[in-house]
Design a protein around this ligand. Structure first.
Ligand code: NAP
Length: 471
């Protein structure tokens, strides 16, 4: 084969871009040509639409991802949705290998009485709002004075911090005006975060937890009776520096005296949610007191508490979403795969000899589930691309029908798909930075698809104009 080995990557979040980067740099004896597809007008996935705006250090990962795409050896086709604009057959006809890196971006479901009441929200929906995702509404109800946040992971911390923080302290970030105005109107005074297990089982990371202690005009309140450490907890503290730091920071919080701050952030442990209360809308949360069973797990004590809250945010984890024409393991919320090679049945994912779908791969959260920090997806990507290189070398992949680099451009153009390329992204970024500079901020995000597409086109073409492309 003298032509380049053609690879399509579906999903331009960190998982997809790391896979593209590692594949271009990997030791191999053949040339590769990689196209990256993204359903939104802009790339970067959860770094742009999941990381909280007041976390500029993590948002800064975008700069490293930009460097990868600035090299010019990976083409970007944004505003192209898999399953809508393009299907699996159209991809496999044009590429030797297709990698899915579509991530997890919806809330895991929680089976609780009252979960569908108005005032019960999924954390991912709130995150989408404050990160101004272009596909969600621009208003968010923040009239509740007292709110509950369920879960003890970093998303729960993000949600609790953004709810408790003064809007003016958020205004230095990239949030657009409608998010600032919504936060400014918030009536919240008390945010209660509930973990169903103990302080040593919280999944917070130390840095993010410590940050909570420095939020201006917010008192952190913890309850000494929640500080139970069983044998399992002590073993976890001794074996993990991270658990040790989290337990120490939480224990340090018990020494703090309230300062009379405008808002309070309460961290409760050993309270499992059992019902969201209310008739027409949320008026409370019922929890059952838990006790540790010696292993770090918990059992219910039969003692219930009702908390007066007017809103409940469920931050109990993300879930994967099934993709058209691909198998899906609904229990795990992933595309079933064996080390990144997509297989066609869930049980087979466990076996090395699983029935692999040739040329179809997965990486990132849609490969292994929504756990782990952004950098962890690099390991996934390495495993997946190593298998792609092996499969290419073993000759198990069939040749695409249309292997030329122009074939995809011809297809998208013939379908009238208004894709945005990397130059188009740069125009969006330039506009966002200019809007930020005017206000002394690094950038202000454009909040609508129309706004982003207009910038990507450089205002030259009309909404229905030809593809935004440098080709
Ligand atoms: P997570 O870390 O898995 O935390 C989920 C939390 O929800 C756990 O405390 C879990 O408790 C709890 N939970 C699950 N089911 C529950 C139920 N039925 N009732 C009550 N509680 C329940 O998930 P995440 O917070 O969505 O974060 C996902 C990943 O992104 C994590 O790796 C996280 O570190 C990362 N992230 C990082 C940042 C950052 O700033 N660095 C920000 C956001 C996300 P159990 O432990 O008892 O199951």
């Amino acid at each position: 084969m003298t032509r380049p080995f053609r690879v399509a990557i579906i999903g331009a979040g960190p998982a997809g871009i790391y896979a593209a980067d590692l594949l271009t740099k990997a030791e191999r004896d053949f040339e590769v040509s990689i196209d990256l597809f993204e359903r939104l007008p802009t790339p970067f996935g959860l770094v742009r639409y999941g990381v909280a705006p007041d976390h500029p250090r993590i948002k800064g990962i975008i700069n490293a991802l930009i460097k990868v795409l600035d090299r010019g050896d990976i083409r970007l086709f944004s505003n192209v949705e898999y399953g809508v604009d393009i299907n699996l057959g159209e991809l496999t006809d044009r590429y030797d290998a297709v990698i899915f890196s579509t991530g997890c971006f919806v809330d895991a479901s929680l089976n609780l009485p009252g979960v569908d009441l108005p005032g019960s929200y999924g954390a991912a929906d709130f995150v989408n709002w404050y990160d101004s995702h272009p596909d969600v509404g621009q208003t968010w109800p923040l009239e509740a004075k007292s709110v509950a946040v369920l879960g003890n992971g970093n998303v729960a911390l993000d949600v609790a911090r953004v709810l408790a923080k003064q809007a003016d302290d958020m205004h230095t970030t990239e949030i657009p005006e409608h998010v600032y105005a919504g936060l400014k109107d918030s009536q919240v005074t008390d945010v209660h975060v509930f973990g169903r297990r103990g302080p040593a089982q919280a999944k917070f990371t130390p840095l993010e937890l410590r940050e909570l202690g420095h939020v201006a005009d917010v008192d952190i309140i913890v309850y000494p009776e929640d500080f139970e450490f069983d044998e399992g907890s002590m073993a976890a503290i001794e074996s993990s520096n991270q658990v040790k730091q989290v337990a120490k920071t939480l224990t340090d919080f018990t020494m703090r005296e309230p300062t009379g701050a405008k808002r309070r952030l309460h961290l409760h442990f050993l309270h499992a949610p059992v019902a969201i209360l209310g008739e027409d809308r949320v008026t409370g949360l019922r929890t059952e007191r838990q006790e540790l069973d010696g292993t770090g797990n918990v059992t219910g004590t039969g003692e219930f508490h009702d908390w007066d809250v007017e809103a409940v945010y469920r931050a109990i984890g993300y879930a994967g979403t099934a993709l058209p024409q691909l198998p899906f393991d609904a229990a795990k919320g992933v595309i079933p795969n064996h080390e990144g090679r997509v297989v066609d049945a869930e049980e087979q994912a466990k076996a090395a000899e699983a029935d692999v779908i040739p040329g179809v791969y997965a990486t990132g959260w849609i490969k292994r589930g929504p756990v782990g920090l952004i950098g962890h997806t690099k390991g996934d990507a390495l495993e997946t691309i190593t298998h792609i290189i092996d499969d290419r070398s073993a000759g198990v992949l069939s040749d695409p029908v249309y292997p030329g680099e122009d074939a995809i451009v011809d297809l998208l153009e013939s379908k009238g798909i208004d894709y945005v390329d990397w130059e188009g992204y740069h125009r969006v970024e330039t506009a966002e930075k200019a809007a930020g500079e005017a206000e002394g901020r690094e950038r202000v995000k454009i909040a609508t698809r129309g706004g982003m597409l207009a910038e990507a086109r450089g205002h030259v073409h009309s909404e229905s104009a030809a593809p935004v492309s440098g080709h």
